[in-house]
Unconditional design. Structure first.
Length: 136
């Protein structure tokens, strides 16, 4: 018989994620192509360094948990726009959010994004999903 965490427990966990992310979090872009798994650390990523790039502090900017379905909540960062390079090009493979000591969340893009001088930048919004756990 499978046991699923009650909806309110998932909402509480999503609220705890919001508190942690609002305490200290910064959004970064990475330019290497690492394997994304549970072992990633800040050192896993090579941060973008093109002319015009800056990481984005998100401390205090995360949304309250929103319910997508029973047992499925998410918290969101605001939409962030990263400028294109002021010169040259750089290929971006994904993003990560850290608290200065550890990775809180990360994702590889489905396809790398090549940014070039004169091209538009791009916008990114992080949605961190918390789903009910099924215990068997």
């Amino acid at each position: 018989m499978a046991i699923t965490a009650p909806d309110y427990e998932v909402q509480l966990e999503a609220t705890a994620v919001k508190v942690r992310f609002n305490t200290a979090s910064t959004l970064h872009l990475y330019k290497n192509n690492p394997t994304i798994d549970e072992s990633v650390t800040i050192a896993t990523f090579t941060e973008a360094n093109y002319a015009g790039y800056a990481d984005v502090p998100l401390t205090g900017d995360w949304s309250a948990p929103a319910q997508q379905a029973p047992g499925d909540y998410y918290v969101s960062s605001p939409a962030v726009t990263f400028a294109a390079p002021t010169s040259g090009t750089q290929t971006i493979y994904g993003w990560w959010v850290d608290d200065g000591t550890g990775v809180l969340a990360c994702e590889a893009f489905a396809s790398p994004i090549t940014l070039a001088s004169g091209s538009p930048g791009f916008s990114l919004q992080v949605n961190y999903e918390v789903i009910a756990k099924i215990l068997v």
